[in-house]
Write a protein of this length. Structure first.
Length: 191
């Protein structure tokens, strides 16, 4: 059996609601991957221009990551930083290669353990939702495993890594969020 390479993984999540899941994931995989995530307080965005915040996320944290995992809780779709992190992850730039992308639907999400065709795509971050469709999508969303977290998530990380250059153009065609969103779900593709 071939060994799975040790990937550099950026974890995108809503710090206020989903920190527990991020911590559990890092603990379960700590010797099997390199955590490239932003922790609460790593980027002080008070008074910084939006372009500078996005540049710091991209260049200081995502730059050499190979896979981005989006932890999808009940409010993740609303978060501007999650939107920016997904965008920075899927676009290949001179100093930043494209990351593989996968979502983990958390137990706090209203569609946790629903069949994919039943899930409401408007409860998923829009930029991620754009990239999960079709017979050979750029990104895939899985349910958070109830047990054997490391054993079940590691192969999914590697599959996302392998997909990252298979699809030539992941869809990043949305306007970046200027602010956090509110409401029950996102209402459209507009900013």
């Amino acid at each position: 059996m071939a060994r799975t390479p040790k990937h550099k993984v950026f974890i995108s999540y809503y710090h206020e609601d989903d920190q527990e899941y991020k911590d559990r994931l890092v603990q379960a995989l700590e010797s099997k991957f390199v955590d490239k995530s932003v922790s609460q307080g790593d980027i002080h965005d008070e008074g910084l221009h939006l372009d500078e915040i996005r540049r710091r996320i991209r260049d200081d944290h995502i730059a050499d990551a190979t896979v981005t995992i989006v932890l999808i809780g009940r409010c993740t779709w609303q978060r501007k930083h999650v939107d920016w992190e997904i965008s920075a992850s899927i676009i290949a730039r001179k100093n930043n290669q494209r990351c593989g992308l996968l979502g983990l639907l958390l137990p706090s999400h209203p569609d946790y353990q629903e069949r994919p065709e039943v899930r409401n795509p408007r409860h998923i971050p829009p930029r991620l939702a754009l990239n999960i469709n079709g017979p050979d999508p750029f990104a895939v969303i899985y349910d958070w495993p109830k047990q054997k977290l490391s054993k079940k998530v590691l192969p999914k990380i590697h599959k996302a890594f392998l997909r990252r250059n298979k699809t030539p153009w992941p869809d990043d065609g949305l306007d970046l969020f200027a602010d956090n969103r509110s409401g029950d779900c996102w209402k459209g593709w507009q900013n």
